[in-house]
Design a protein around this ligand. Sequence first.
Ligand code: PLP
Length: 406
Amino acid sequence: MSFNVADIRNQFPILHQQVYKKDLVYLDNAATTQKPQRVIDVLDKYYQKYNANIHRGVHFLSSHCTDATESARKTVQEFINAAHSHEIVFTRGTTESVNLVAQTFAEKFIKKGDEIVVTRMEHHSNIVPWQMVCEKYGAELKVVDIHPDGQINMDSFKAALNEKVRLVAFTHVSNTLGTINNVKELTSSAHQQQIPVLIDGAQAVQHTHVDVQAIDADFYVFSGHKIYAPTGIGVLYGKEKWLEQLPPWQGGGEMIDQVTFEKTTFNELPFKFEAGTPNYIGAIALGEALDFVRSTGIDQIKAHEDALLTYAAEKIRQFDGIKIIGEAPEKSSVLSFVIDNIHPYDIGVLLDKTGIAVRTGNHCTQPLHDWYKVPGTVRASFALYNTKKEIDYFIEKLEQVLEMLK
Ligand code: PLP
């Protein structure tokens, strides 16, 4: 399969515009990705022609949307190589998926004195839901350390696993450091002690091949909007044996089997966890986005993004006083940095005026920033449609901005 970045860019209408009369250079892909025309077309087509609520209608439009939604579920299943399509639950995104697991898992399995383990590099979405349930059930949240280069400290990880631990939650790829964790090894360590794992794949699925069976993940979660799909749709993968054991989360339509005022019985998987009208058109568009990634080739995407990262990191290292936060050998296309005596926010604001979109702040990893003793970082994150020319422009403008701020 040949990878032609110009052809790819042509599929993303939003990239072909100017902001402040400058060509847009979008380097904020870890926050959200742009959408290819084919995903936009699917949304348009479904709202123009096919929209009808799913699973409960006998009429043509409803059957059509139901079939398309279930076909999207199969696409997700194949994309992450889940064993069954009923192990794929549609949610609003990573955050909702983590909350769903945290709350239902805790209700069933967590009691006073138990422990839940996370790592220092987690996004707030993979910290706060666990903190909340720990507080509610009297459990303790334990934190695994990292090395200064941004790799998980395996000694700390192994030391955290004891008989009180009920679950370990860790990210596949760090949204701040870019570190690609060895999720297979982490999972295997946890499993040696019979501890299940939840893996946050929000920054992984769009950059690297994910096989939940090869990883042996118990739960794997991600958001559609970070993989070229719309906002408001996400995925919770759970092994059947776990999803079967968890109680339902939200109550309402769709998730039930029989309802009387005396007692309600619940629907089978995955519908037990999909109360109310789901974002079915979002799910269908997610299927389209995954087909787009599949047909482009995840290995080609990764090779392109890796080359961009190496190129950008080499150039940025030449600036005086710069420190890259996150230098793990296995890295995804995230480049976070700080510069001596200059606030990241000022850099972000001035770059914006040149048409460059980067993110500044703590990227929802405040404990990680505290640990590095930095108030925030500037983060440039690359996707399959970015180019070396854009990076050259970014470096040129960064140099000018730093001159101004000196
Ligand atoms: N986990 C990681 C690693 C992320 O990067 C993000 C978003 O930035 C999330 C979780 C939360 O994703 P969402 O806001 O789509 O729920």
